[in-house]
Design a protein around this ligand. Structure first.
Ligand code: LLP
Length: 424
């Protein structure tokens, strides 16, 4: 038994109509494979499920999860908006020709250069994180700029500490419990060049409990009602969890998204508030399960304590989430995917670091040199969090759609690695 989006046919792991082995042979390994059809389906599912007859709504893709020029184009074609958090993400969107009227610019420490780029680029909305950002923004404005303020409603979501964001001591946003937050909102309302549209919050990532999102919405709506804030837009952020292993139990998103908007509508009515536009910013839930990383097995080793290692040709440089968050993954021996998986292996790579662990314990058939090992659900926060540690070139990224395959990021070369080195 394996994850329900994994397709195995005649002992071969399939991605679209290709075997993983074919893709590995054609493009080399390590390789990030993205199932484009799956990404488009997820985007459409969000778009169609996050609707309500009495509430305007908008789905904004959080590009930090996975961003390339091709991905920007895909998101535009599917009719979603885009959340960017840096000049680099914004630049990528601009270069892809993404409609700036559908871009939200986030970040807790936007530089002057980034703010200027956003204003001059005509970004629809700047999500301010603190008062300093307002001070930086005001002198740049020649026209009214729509802004949201990121607040922190103090909801504790059950997730890894590094990806939980709205505890009161979080580095992000301003606490709704802090009187200074209200003073800043008053100021935003009265600034002539600022179009204060409303509030943004994001309670964390990889969340499985519907209740956390309901509580977030309730807390924000209560805050708006208590202080009679002129809010037209309420952005609840992302964070919808996905299955990396069979132990993960994500929300059924189509039903959940409907119920979230219905819940919000009832809460708004119960506190006597007008309708407002509700936004969400999914990242991981759009792309994580679309991605598979393919590696080639180099060798194996069994220690005197009977610990089995399988060494692959990637590393923590292309797969950091296990080392960083203790994240769990599912591995498949792609070219012998119907064999019994009864050998516990630690899947590790070629980085000079004991913490270079891709999967702490994966049950696999006996692995041999040249086998193709697939790690599932690597579409979110893998390519975007990859590094050149040990001067390892980053893998290529390919998009698969049924029988179509195209490269969207080429594999880095050794020349790429020294391209920015100067002073010799
Ligand atoms: N909106 C805001 C303001 C965010 O900060 C994030 C994620 C999202 C939306 C999208 O969240 P998602 O739907 O993807 O959970 N590198 C970590 C995740 C960090 C998430 C940061 N913010 C990981 O690999 O798990």
């Amino acid at each position: 038994m394996t994850l329900n989006y994994v397709n195995i046919c005649n002992g071969q792991l399939m991605i679209g109509q290709f075997t993983a082995q074919q893709l590995a042979q054609r493009f080399g390994t390590p390789l990030y494979v993205m199932d484009e059809k799956y990404i488009r389906q997820q985007a459409q599912m969000f778009k169609h499920s996050f609707t309500h007859p009495q509430l305007a709504s908008e789905v904004i893709y959080a590009s930090k999860a996975f961003l390339t020029l091709a991905m920007c184009k895909l998101i535009q074609e599917e009719g979603l908006s885009l959340d960017v958090v840096s000049g680099g993400e914004l630049y990528t969107a601009q270069q892809a020709g993404f409609d700036m009227n559908r871009v939200y610019f986030h970040g807790n420490n936007k530089s002057l250069v980034e703010l200027k780029m956003a204003v001059e680029g005509g970004v629809s909305t700047i999500v301010l994180d603190n008062e300093d950002e307002l001070e930086h923004l005001l002198p740049l404005l020649t026209h009214s700029q729509k802004v949201l303020l990121r607040v922190n409603p103090g909801i504790e979501a059950h997730t890894h500490e590094y990806i939980a964001t709205t505890k009161n001591d979080s580095k992000f946003g301003l606490s709704t419990a802090d009187p200074a937050t209200l003073s800043l909102i008053d100021r935003l309302i009265s600034e002539p060049m600022i179009d204060f549209a409303g509030l943004h919050a994001h309670i964390g990532s990889q969340i499985f409990e519907a209740e956390s999102f309901f509580m977030e919405a309730d807390a924000l709506i209560q805050f708006i009602a208590d202080h009679k804030l002129p809010v037209k837009e309420l952005n609840l952020g992302g964070g919808f969890g996905v299955a990396y292993t069979l132990d993960d139990n994500p929300l059924s998103l189509p039903e959940f998204l409907h119920s979230l908007l219905e819940h919000i509508f009832k809460t708004l009515t119960s506190v006597g508030l007008d309708t407002m536009k509700i936004m969400i910013e999914p990242g991981r839930s759009i792309v994580a399960n679309a991605g598979t990383t393919l590696y080639t097995v180099g060798s194996t080793k069994t220690t005197i304590n009977h610990k089995n290692y399988v060494f692959v040709d990637g590393s923590m440089a292309d797969h950091i989430r296990t080392a960083l968050y203790g994240a769990q993954y599912t591995a498949i021996l792609a070219n012998r995917a119907d064999e019994i998986c009864d050998i516990p292996y630690t899947v590790t790579g070629k980085a000079c670091e004991s913490g270079d662990i891709i999967i702490k314990e994966a049950l696999l058939p006996e692995c041999k040199k040249g086998d193709i090992l697939a790690v599932c659900s690597t579409g979110a926060y893998h390519y975007t969090m990859s590094s050149n540690y040990n001067r390892l070139p980053r893998p290529a990224v390919i998009f698969i759609s049924e029988d179509q395959v195209r490269m969207v990021v080429r594999r880095e070369t050794y020349e790429d690695l020294i391209r920015n080195d100067v002073g010799v």
